[in-house]
Every structure is written in C-alpha cells, then in structure tokens.
Design a binder for this molecule. Structure first.
Ligand SMILES: *[C@@H]1O[C@H](CO)[C@@H](O)[C@H](O)[C@H]1NC(C)=O
Ligand SMILES: *[C@@H]1O[C@H](CO)[C@@H](O)[C@H](O)[C@H]1NC(C)=O
Length: 444
C-alpha cells in the first residue's frame, strides 16, 4: 500500500514536475516570440500599421506661428509684352566681343535651384548692365525634370522657374538632368565647356544684383553717357582680353569677391574638377586652394558693383530705369525696413536723371545687402515660397534647407579628413601640397 501510495505520489510529483517544465517552456517561448515581435516593430516602426494599443500617432512639429506672405511676380510686364529697351548707354555693340580677337562670345552661366524672383533679378540686372542676353545661360538645377519647361508649377512652388519669361528675355536655358549639389553643378559647367567648346566662361550666383560703374570709376571708366564710358560687360571683355594676352597660367578672375567669376576650364580640368564629396561650403576652399597648389593664377578684377542680396526689387522695371518706378524692395518677412523705404520714397522726384536713378539703385542694393547680412538672417529668401503642395516634384522647402545643412556638415567633415586640417588655409596654415590629399593625419 505504502509502495503504491508512494509510487502514486511519485507519479503525481513527476506529472507536476513535467507540467511545470512545460508551462515554463511555453512561458519562455511566448516571451521570446513577444521579444522578437517588439524587435521587429522597433526595426520597422514605419511599416507596422497597428498594435494592441491601436494605430501609432506621429508627433508633428508645431505649426509655425507666422507664415510670410505669398511672393509676388517682380516682372509682371513680361507676361504680356516684350521687355522694354535697356538704358541706351549700356546697349552692347553688335558682336562687340569680336573686337577682342576672341574665338567665342563669352558665356555667362547662372545656376538656379530655387527662389525665382532672385534669379530673374540677377538675369535682368546683367542684361540691363549690357550683357547680351544670347550670351547668358541659365542652368536650371531644380530637380523638377520637365515640370518647369511644361509650365506645370505655380509661382509659389519653391522650385518654380519661368521658362517663358526667360525666353522673352532672350537668354538660354540649360537643364541639369537631376538635382546637383553645388560642387556637381560646377563640374557640370566644366562639361558644358566641352559640349559648347568654351575656352573660358563667366559664372555668377543667382542671388546677385549687378550694376555697372555708371557714376564713373577712377582709372576704369568715365560716367555713363560720357565719351569712353565702359559698361559692366565691356569691362568684363577687357579683363578677359587682358587675361588671355598676359597670363598663360590663368585660373580665374574674381569680380566683387566671387559674385562673378571668370573661369579657365583647363585649370579646373587640371585639378580633376571640384570634389563632389564636399558638396557645399568648404568646397570652394578645396578647389581654389588646389588651383593655387598647381600654380593657376587667381586675381581680383573690377567690372561693376555686384551685390549679394536675399530679396528682389518689387518691380524689376526699375533696372530699365522706368521713371514711374521707384527702386525699392519689400521685406518678405515683415516688419519692413521702414528707414530704407522712406529714404527711397524721398528720392522719387529726382529719378529722371540717369546717374541719380543709378545712385538710388545702388542705395537700395546696399540696403538689400545689409538686409541679407543683418539680423534678418542670411538666407531668409530660401523660405520665401510656401506653395506648390500637390504639384509635380513638390518637396518640402524647410526640409530641403535642413537636409542641405546636414550635407554641408558632412562635407566639412570630409574636407577635414581629406586634408587633416580644419580651416581654409591649407598651404599657409597646414603646409600642404596638391599630392597630400587623403595622405595626412589630423594636425589638431
Ligand atoms: C586686347 O589685349 C591686347 C593685349 O593687351 C591689347 O593690345 C588690345 O588692344 C586689346 N584689345 C582690345 C580691343 O582692347
Ligand atoms: C609651381 O610653381 C613652383 C614655384 O615656381 C614650382 O616649384 C612648381 O613646380 C610649380 N608647380 C606646377 C604644378 O607647375
């Protein structure tokens, strides 16, 4: 009996033991499955549509408390008519460049990614300063494929480019096949020099306002209208001619810092192009220093007043010196700069005199420069267009700006690793030479 009881007890205990083991195994397996489910969810957070607690809710950034007003077309007249004549004293002589023994009419290349009013201002300012429109090439680098060419984007779309308006102005439009970074765009210019057989080209930024020395400039030109007056274009041709005649290792010529640059494609070719792994800032340090290391000359020259701006004139007819138009700009992020507006208003009565008109343009350009570099923020213009949602190739404007900052930082890190030096002074500060790229350790 005892034996039976014992054995039954044993049997009972054994059964209990195995039940516990099975329960533990089940529990362990369940937790393993649950672990792996949560691991999967963590890894695929954006693809899991729901869980026990319901649908996940993304956290949105706060809605901006202020949205700048919609931008306005700074040259509405272009939609209905051809552009007016440019100031008579700036009209270029037909085929004037041929006098300089040049083989090719000097092209001016202006790259564009976003902020149409700024680009239109830059192009119109070069034309009204005497640059022949057929020698201007706007490079559409928007990533918008054919959307702009087909007129599918609205003015408020950040990547809007008015093909029809540019054609009316008589300039060329070249499209990059895909969105390029700054360094890639520069290499694209080099490729254009092969396609078009350019032995030289000028390139400028899309956010400048160019004006000739219409008030005269010592040792360069008398005033506009006086005998011997030289336009911005004429002075650029003279510099090109002088450069080609006197310097067989010319790399580039800088006008007004680098707001306008005369580039020798042979020099860029010699240094193997711009480094596309340094896509934005510091890539100029990298390129210009490598040109210097290879003995390509870089000299400052002067052809006019080329101002770096962040806003466009309210009405670009001011650049045609339309006496009915007062040169002024409106702050895209109000409050408006009252002082400047008042100053330009006070000048309204004198605007029939060409040099006075030019002076008022210079004053406005100057306040635009201070606006850009003052506390209003350097690149506020990049956030000026807020529409275009739902249109082809729409991309969030603020997101684009933020992404560029990330790429810029990455490029700076590439630069530091490439040269083992953090600043722009690679030769003086780092003692580096052309062959040292990627072969040195950090010097800090
Ligand atoms: C071009 O440069 C050469 C050499 O400096 C000079 O002799 C010539 O007069 C220049 N041509 C023009 C049209 O200025
Ligand atoms: C650059 O000029 C220096 C000094 O004249 C010379 O030693 C060097 O070989 C030159 N380098 C090139 C690439 O021409």
């Amino acid at each position: 009996m005892m034996v039976i009881l014992r054995s039954r007890h044993l049997l009972y205990q054994t059964a209990l033991f195995f039940s516990i083991v099975i329960l533990v195994v089940i529990a362990l397996r369940t937790s393993t499955v649950q672990d792996s489910i949560s691991r999967f969810k963590a890894n695929h957070a954006d693809t899991v549509l729901g869980d026990d607690e319901g649908t996940p809710h993304p956290k949105y950034k706060p809605t901006p408390s202020y949205t700048p007003p919609a931008i306005t077309d700074p040259f509405p007249a272009l939609a209905t008519s051809t552009p007016p004549p440019i100031p008579s004293y700036n009209v270029p002589e037909k085929d004037g460049w041929k006098k300089y023994g040049l083989s090719v009419a000097p092209p001016l290349v202006i790259g564009f990614t976003r902020s149409w009013p700024m680009l239109l201002q830059a192009v119109v300012s070069y034309i009204t300063a005497g640059w022949p429109p057929e020698q201007i090439y706007v490079v559409e680098n928007t990533g918008m494929q054919q959307a702009n060419a087909r007129g599918q984007l609205s003015l408020q779309h950040p990547w809007y480019l008015g093909h029809a308006a540019l054609k009316k102005l008589g300039v060329h439009i070249i499209q990059t096949p895909v969105l390029l970074t700054f360094a890639q765009l520069q290499n694209f210019y080099l490729s254009l020099s092969y396609t078009h057989e350019w032995p030289y080209y000028f390139w400028s930024h899309m956010d400048v306002l160019a004006l000739g020395h219409e008030n005269g400039f010592e040792n360069l030109t008398p005033r506009a209208g006086e005998p011997g007056y030289k336009t911005l274009y004429t002075l650029s041709l003279e510099e090109l001619n002088r450069t080609l005649a006197t310097d067989d290792r010319w790399g580039l010529r800088f006008f007004a810092y680098d707001h306008l640059t005369l580039q020798n494609p042979r020099a860029i070719e010699d240094i193997n192009g711009w480094d596309t792994l340094i896509p934005y800032y510091m890539t100029d340090c990298d390129t210009y220093t490598r040109l210097h290391m290879r003995n390509w000359s870089q000299v400052d020259a002067n052809c006019g007043v080329i101002t770096d701006t962040s806003v466009a004139l309210d009405n670009l007819l001011a650049l045609y010196r339309d006496p009915k138009v007062t040169p002024k700009f409106t702050d895209p992020n109000p409050p408006p700069p009252k002082e400047d507006e008042e100053r330009t208003k006070q000048r309204r009565e004198v605007l029939t005199d060409p040099v006075e008109y030019w002076k008022s343009l210079i004053r406005v350009a100057d306040s635009m420069f201070h606006y850009k570099h003052g506390d209003r923020g350097r690149n506020t213009w990049q956030a000026g267009q807020h529409g275009g949602q739902g249109e082809p190739f729409y991309y969030d404007g603020a997101g684009f700006t933020e992404a560029l900052e990330v790429l810029t930082e990455a490029g700076k890190e590439v630069y530091r690793r490439k040269w083992g030096h953090r600043d722009c002074d690679l030769v003086k500060g780092g003692g580096l030479k052309f062959e040292d790229q990627w072969r040195v350790l950090p010097d800090w």
